[in-house]
Design a protein around this ligand. Structure first.
Ligand code: CA
Length: 348
């Protein structure tokens, strides 16, 4: 197994790292017991991770920590800094108004944790997407008052996707603040999860990518980026495989959008590929494997692809060493991937 460089000429910044306050875990446990909301994806994921297995317990300790345990794990895996966000699905399964109040509390708590270790932690602001006016306000407060670096959106909210214009003031705020929204996975929406569940394909193994890639494409074909041309949406997991699909999405959407075949699909100002190249940012979270990382760097551009581990969901201490050995990049390329892009995008 390749050893990571103990003293590289760059900092390693991990950009999609998860945290959950105690209160949120408690609320998740309540929902697991009462099934008041009953969303199947949530129950599949958190039914396991709020349980008593050894794996769930270790995960629970790590995800709630904003201090010594997290810092030690970072040191052990060669990570200098984490960009931390409220774990999926965040506040998004709760009643939208309740969720807005929770987002305020959790963003405050995250900002306090960051303030204790400002050289090791930065963070993204959570919000309640189905309460768009307050979501935009909270994003603004998170960035301007708490010093957070962008927003975190865990894909669908109770089966709703944000390509509907009634939610666009959130994106308007992000563009005006000049911060990215990280479009993070959620389990597939209630409308699409059924065929994933029986064979255990609903979560990070595959369902996350289908759900989140779909949400990204819905945003794109809705004309969101024609309205907000400077908006930046960030995707993890090597872009949820969208870079691999780039040619065909571009080709087919170019045809479909001019046929009038779908009443809600019309031509866009730019080509589909242009949005994927200019309005999306990418990380390799959960993909510690050189070929797709290099593919995204090649197809999208090396200035839009950056490092993430996906701690603690996928805590792989040896990952950094393997990537450094296998990416085939010189020191400048590694610095761009591990440090420079994150500093520019998140203004660190
Ligand atoms: Ca993640």
């Amino acid at each position: 197994m390749p050893e990571k460089n103990p003293n590289p000429p760059y900092k390693r910044i991990a950009t999609e790292e998860a945290w959950a306050p105690q209160e949120l875990i408690k609320l998740y446990r309540q929902e697991i017991e009462t099934k008041a909301i009953g969303e199947p994806g949530f129950h599949s994921l958190w039914g396991f991770f709020s349980g008593t297995s050894e794996k769930a317990q270790a995960h629970g300790r790590r995800i709630q920590d904003l201090g010594e345990l997290r810092l030690k794990d970072m040191d052990d895996s060669g990570i200098d800094m984490q960009i931390i966000s409220l774990t999926s699905p965040g506040v998004q399964i709760f009643d939208p108004k309740d969720a807005s109040a929770m987002a305020i509390r959790f963003n405050d708590e995250l900002a306090e944790g960051i303030a204790r270790h400002p050289d090791r932690f930065a963070g993204l602001a959570a919000f309640s997407p189905l309460d768009p006016a307050n979501a935009a306000k909270e994003l603004e407060r998170g960035v301007n008052t708490l010093g957070l670096k962008g927003g975190i959106l865990n894909s669908h909210t109770l089966g709703t996707y944000l390509d509907d214009e009634q939610y666009w003031e959130i994106f308007e705020a992000a563009e005006a603040l000049d911060v990215p929204i990280y479009l993070h996975p959620n389990t597939p929406s209630p409308q699409m999860i059924e065929p994933f569940l029986k064979r255990g394909l609903d979560a990070a193994v595959y369902g996350f990518a289908c759900e989140t890639g779909l949400h990204a494409l819905r945003l794109m074909v809705s004309g969101l980026f024609d309205r907000f041309p400077k908006l930046q949406i960030m995707l993890g997991h090597c872009g949820e495989a969208l870079p691999y699909w780039l040619y065909r999405i571009d080709y087919m959407h170019g045809h479909i959008s001019v046929t009038g075949r779908y009443p809600d699909v019309g031509p866009l100002k730019r080509r589909a590929r242009d949005y994927l190249l200019e309005n999306f940012l990418y990380s390799n979270s959960g993909v510690g494997w050189a070929p797709p990382v290099n593919f995204v760097r090649d197809v999208i551009g090396p200035d839009r692809m950056m490092y993430a581990m996906d701690y603690p969901w996928q805590f792989v201490p040896e990952e950094v060493g393997e990537l450094e050995a296998n990416l085939g990049l010189d020191a400048a390329g590694l610095k761009q991937f591990f440090e420079d892009n994150a500093r520019r995008v998140f203004k660190l």
